[in-house]
Design a protein around this ligand. Structure first.
Ligand code: GRF
Length: 210
């Protein structure tokens, strides 16, 4: 279940990352182009050596490491996430390649206002290695999904999706690269919709005010 309201109180965004940060970069680039009106007040990584740090430094976004391995429990880790997000006055959170599942400790604070990007057409192929799952299943199309986050793994109301073809001779690397192009297009646009208050939930399904 995703709690309402889903209308943010300001345009301050916190981004959670674990890795290279190309989706985070796509948000920064969209803002720089004038395609996204957002204030990125903090980026938080659970991985001290995440490549996303370079993008944060280039754009002057505050970079905070909260290493989950240094916390005694998931709850304590999430309490620190929420404390940092609140300290940076964040109202909308984007999971951009963030590799931790979030529980009620986090969702009680930011449920309904947290987006995730996933490299498959959910509800197909949730979890790790979605592109490999798609190829092994022999599907003819796959893609990516932006959704609101609930307590499941890659579940929660879907905001937007894009489709890519999966040819016979496809590889995980080639499919991942083609999907990533679409991820970088979808995520900034979906974030803009959420910040504009256009994404609401009715019966756990997104109603987009187009
Ligand atoms: C993306 O494929 C995203 O869909 C998934 O993790 C990957 C993160 O890539 N959740 P990046 O760190 O944004 O480059």
């Amino acid at each position: 279940m995703v709690a309402e309201p889903t209308i943010p109180t300001n345009r301050n965004v916190g981004v959670l990352v674990s890795g290279r940060g190309s989706n985070f970069r796509s948000l920064l680039d969209a803002k720089a182009r004038g395609d996204l009106d957002a204030n990125f007040t903090v980026v938080i990584s659970n991985n001290p050596s995440a490549g996303a740090k370079a993008h944060a430094e280039e754009f002057g976004i505050p970079w905070v490491v909260i290493d989950h391995r240094t916390f005694a429990s998931r709850q304590a880790f999430e309490e620190e996430l929420v404390a940092q997000l609140r300290a940076h006055d964040v109202s909308v959170v984007v999971l951009a390649g963030f590799m931790r599942v979030l529980s009620s400790t986090f969702l009680d604070a930011y449920g309904g206002l947290t987006l995730n990007i996933h490299p498959s057409l959910l509800p197909a192929f949730p979890g790790l290695n979605a592109q490999k799952q798609a190829i092994e299943a022999g599907v003819r199309v796959s893609g990516c999904t932006v959704h609101l986050v609930d307590s499941g793994v890659d579940t929660g109301p879907i905001i937007d999706q894009a489709v890519v073809a999966v040819p016979n001779d496809d590889t995980v690397e080639a499919l991942s690269a083609r999907i990533l192009v679409q991820e970088h297009r979808l995520l900034p646009r979906a974030l803009g919709w959420v910040l504009d208050g256009r994404v609401t939930i009715q019966d756990q399904v997104v109603a987009l005010d187009a």
